[in-house]
Design a protein around this ligand. Structure first.
Ligand code: TXA
Ligand code: MG
Length: 349
């Protein structure tokens, strides 16, 4: 059973130091970041990193993000940092942006971290506990999101303690994640930015650095069997509850609400139970007897959505209908997670 430390009880330097010692000893630690919780190991220690794959049940061809606390750590690992990457680092680090770099030919980071790719994803988290943990460990920390593979990422310890407490050496509880969705993952190629996974740093914000920002076709498009992808994580089933889910979206609020009510009506007539997840201000318009508030703003929805998706299976309903949010700004990241949660079962009208 992991040692547990709770910020509410006054998380102190001493406890972060203990967790850092576990990292140095080659063990794995659950820790908060501003995006979602991570399960971290010394990124330079192959054996330690393998423990993460075991704990998550993660496919070995899905690479991990390396978390750093200073730029020297990056320079040790990557071939070069080009001008666009420099600008991105200045503007967005520390923060929720992961940049995919080319690795140095001399392999500082073991292949298990990068799933044998010639590239490596790196980010510098802004969360204070994460930063101190890396600093105290004195090594870059490889960490995927904290969840058993396939489940929504953990955004508070209560949501994941059951599935992970016997698998990690130390749990640092930093309360709810500020953002609630994983980092934006990008790659700079031929002076263009390609978004591989949307997140809190939006396309619109990236365009302030470089005009040419593209969204990878698989951010919203379905990955067909055996199709090549730019980021291995795109291939895997993700975020989906066992209960059937459907996302419904229209730019017209009225159309969206009508469609959701129509679906509710049809499903209820079949003797099945429906749960609607919608914006607070829309809830009263839904005819379903079960409805949950997903928040009002995009920031609130981002912060709440993983916890809600984790809860739906406990409700004993047959269909979960989820309001979509469109693709603008943070909406793109939320939509990307929702369509996966719904296993590409969505209606956009
Ligand atoms: O916010 C986050 O990014 C969180 C926190 C803990 O930092 N981490 C996270 O890690 O979400 P994970 O492993 O759940 O997602 C990492 C994604 C995967 O889809 C993976 O395929 C992709 O990043 N990735 C990592 N390295 C890559 C590489 N070299 N090339 C392409 N994609 C890469
Ligand atoms: Mg993940």
């Amino acid at each position: 059973m992991a040692k547990y430390s709770n910020q509410k009880n006054g998380l102190i330097e001493q406890e972060i130091a203990e967790a850092a010692q576990e990292i140095k000893n080659g063990n794995i630690v659950l820790f908060p970041t501003e995006t979602v919780y991570g399960i971290g190991a010394n990124a330079l220690n192959e054996k330690a990193v393998k423990k993460i794959f075991e704990a998550k049940g993660r496919a070995s061809d899905n690479p991990l993000i390396v978390h750093v606390s200073n730029i020297e750590m990056v320079k040790n690992i990557v071939k070069e940092i080009n001008n666009i990457e420099k600008k991105l680092i200045e503007k967005f680090w520390p923060g929720p942006l992961t940049i995919i770099f080319n690795r140095k030919s001399e392999k500082i980071i073991p292949n298990v971290v990068t799933a044998n790719l010639n590239t490596v994803g790196i980010r510098m988290p802004s969360n204070k506990i994460a930063k101190e943990l890396i600093e105290k460990a004195g090594v870059p920390i490889a960490a995927p999101s904290a969840n058993v593979s396939g489940k929504p990422s953990g955004t508070k310890v209560e949501d994941i303690i059951e599935e992970l407490q016997n698998k990690v050496a130390y749990i640092l509880d930093g309360g709810s994640s500020d953002i609630g969705l994983e980092s934006t993952v990008i790659k700079v190629e031929n002076n263009k930015i390609n978004i591989l996974r949307p997140g809190k740093i939006t396309k619109e914000e990236l365009e302030e650095v470089v005009k040419n920002v593209q969204i990878d076709e698989h951010v919203l498009g379905k990955v067909e069997k055996n199709e090549a992808v730019s980021s291995p994580g795109m291939k895997y089933r993700h975020y989906a509850p066992n209960t059937k889910c459907i996302m419904v979206y229209s730019k017209s609020k009225e159309k969206m609400i009508n469609k959701i009510n129509e679906l509710t009506n049809k499903t209820t007539k079949e003797g099945k139970k429906v749960l609607v997840l919608g914006r607070k201000s829309n809830l009263e318009k839904y005819i379903s007897s079960q409805k949950w508030n997903e928040g009002e703003t995009l920031n609130e929805i981002a912060k709440n959505i993983f916890t809600l998706l984790r809860k739906v299976d406990k409700e004993n309903v047959d269909l979960v209908i989820i309001e979509g949010v469109g693709e603008e700004a943070l909406g793109l990241a939320i939509t990307n997670r929702l369509i996966r949660a719904c296993e590409y079962n969505y209606i956009i009208i």
